[in-house]
Design a protein around this ligand. Structure first.
Ligand code: IPM
Ligand code: MG
Length: 368
C-alpha cells in the first residue's frame, strides 16, 4: 500500500470549514484505493501569527518539509483586521510568499472550468458559454514584481516614493514555458501566450524565450495575445482559449477574472508545483465575512484535492471522479448560499451537506 504524508494547513476565515470537507473526500479515496494518507495539520496564516507571532512558524515549515504534498486553505483577514498585524508579518507577505519561495513553486495551474450544465452560475450569456468553458491558466509564480527588489523612501523633492522591480531571467521563463507547452500537448494543442511586449521589456524577453521553446513543440499552435486584450476576450469569447501562459502579476489578475466568468472565485482551485514539492490551494481569499456560517462552497478546496491526486500521487482517474462528483452535485440542482441567491431555483445546502453529497456520489463511482 502506498502511504503519503499530507501537510494540512486549514488557514483562516472559511479555510477550516472547507478543509474539513476536502478531508472527507480524502478519506473516501483511501477507502476506494490501495493508499493511505497521513494527515499532518499545522498552523499557517493569521491563525499562526496570533498563536506564535509568525504566520509561517518553524514548526509548520518542518511539517511541510516532511510532507509529500501540502493542502493549504485560504489565509488572511479582513482589511480592517489585518491592521492588527505588522505589514511584513501579514499572512500574504509573512506566509504565502515565503511558502512559494521556500518550495520554488514556479508553476501555478488554475483551471477555469464550467461544464454546460453549470452555465447558470456564470454572468455570461448562454450563447457565449456554448458547450462550456474549459481552459487552464498557467501562471509563473515565483518571479516578476512579486519577488523583485522593493524600495520605499523620500526622494530629493521630499516626496514619498516607491520602486518595485519586475525581473525575470531566461531560465525562469523557459521552465514555465515547458510546463505550458507540455500541458497544451496533452489538451487541444493550443497555447495562448499572454504578454505586454508593446510596453514591457520583460515581455520582449518573455516572447523571445517563448519562440525558442516553441521549436521543441511543433505540434502546439501558439497564439500571442496582449494581456489587456486577453481580459476582453475572456469575457467575449472564453471558449477560444485552452491553455494560457503568463507571468506572475498578469496571472494574478486574469485568474481572478477567470473566477468572474465562472460566477465565483469559489469555483477556482489551483496547483502550485515546484521541482521537489507542490502545494494545492483555492485561488480565493479567506472570505471572513461568511466564515463560520456553514455556507461557503468547498468546491475550490475539494478541487485542490483532485489536483493533488493527479499531480502528486498519480491518481488521475480518481481525480476525474472527484471533479465529476462535485459537478454532479451541482447538476442535481444543489448549491450553497455563497454561490447562489435564494429564489434562483436551486436547493440550498450547507458546506457540510455539499461535502456529504460529494462523498455520496464518489462512493457510487466505478472503482479504478
Ligand atoms: C493568489 C492570491 C495571492 C497572490 C495573494 C493572497 C498574495 O491573490 O494566489 O492569486 O496575489 O498571488
Ligand atoms: Mg489572486
Amino acid at each position: 500500500m502506498k502511504n503519503y504524508k499530507i501537510a494540512v494547513l486549514a488557514g483562516d476565515g472559511i479555510g477550516p470549514e472547507i478543509t474539513q470537507e476536502a478531508l472527507k473526500v480524502l478519506k473516501v479515496i483511501e477507502q476506494r484505493n490501495d493508499v493511505s494518507f497521513e494527515l499532518m495539520p499545522a498552523l499557517f496564516g493569521a491563525c499562526a501569527y496570533f498563536a506564535t507571532g509568525d504566520a509561517f512558524p518553524q514548526q509548520t515549515k518542518d511539517i511541510c518539509d516532511q510532507a509529500d504534498a501540502i493542502l493549504k486553505g485560504p489565509i488572511g483577514l479582513s482589511h480592517e483586521e489585518s491592521k492588527q498585524i505588522p505589514v511584513d508579518k501579514q499572512p500574504e507577505r509573512g506566509a504565502l510568499l515565503p511558502m512559494r519561495r521556500r518550495y520554488n513553486t514556479y508553476a501555478n495551474f488554475r483551471p477555469v472550468s464550467l461544464p454546460k450544465s453549470l452555465a447558470h452560475f456564470s454572468p455570461l450569456k448562454p450563447e457565449i458559454i456554448g458547450e462550456g468553458i474549459d481552459l487552464i491558466m498557467v501562471r509563473e509564480l515565483v518571479g516578476g514584481l512579486y519577488f523583485g527588489e522593493k524600495e520605499r523612501g523620500i526622494n530629493d523633492k521630499g516626496l514619498r516614493y516607491v520602486r518595485e522591480t519586475l525581473e525575470y531571467d531566461e531560465e525562469q521563463i523557459r521552465r514555465i514555458m515547458h510546463q505550458a507547452f507540455k500541458l497544451a500537448g496533452k489538451r487541444r494543442k493550443l497555447l495562448h501566450n499572454i504578454h505586454k511586449s508593446n510596453v514591457l521589456m520583460s515581455s520582449v524577453l518573455w516572447n523571445e524565450v517563448m519562440e525558442e521553446v516553441a521549436k521543441e513543440y511543433p505540434d502546439v499552435q501558439v497564439v500571442n495575445c496582449l494581456v489587456d486584450s486577453a481580459a476582453t476576450a475572456l469575457c467575449l469569447n472564453p471558449t477560444q482559449f485552452d491553455v494560457m501562459v503568463m507571468e506572475n502579476m498578469f496571472g494574478d489578475i486574469l485568474s481572478d477574472q477567470g473566477g468572474g466568468i465562472l460566477g465565483s472565485l469559489g469555483l477556482m482551485p489551483s496547483a502550485c508545483i515546484g521541482p521537489d514539492k507542490a502545494y494545492y490551494e483555492p485561488s480565493h481569499g479567506s472570505a471572513p465575512d461568511i466564515a463560520g456560517k456553514n455556507i461557503a462552497n468547498p468546491y475550490s478546496m475539494i478541487g485542490s484535492v483532485a489536483m493533488m491526486l493527479e499531480n502528486s500521487f498519480d491518481m488521475e482517474a480518481e481525480a476525474k471522479n472527484v471533479w465529476a462528483a462535485m459537478q454532479g452535485v451541482f447538476a442535481d440542482g444543489y448549491s450553497t448560499a455563497d454561490l447562489s441567491k435564494p429564489g434562483s431555483g436551486v436547493s440550498m445546502i450547507s458546506t457540510v451537506e455539499f461535502g456529504d453529497k460529494v462523498v455520496e456520489k464518489l462512493l457510487k463511482m466505478p472503482k479504478v
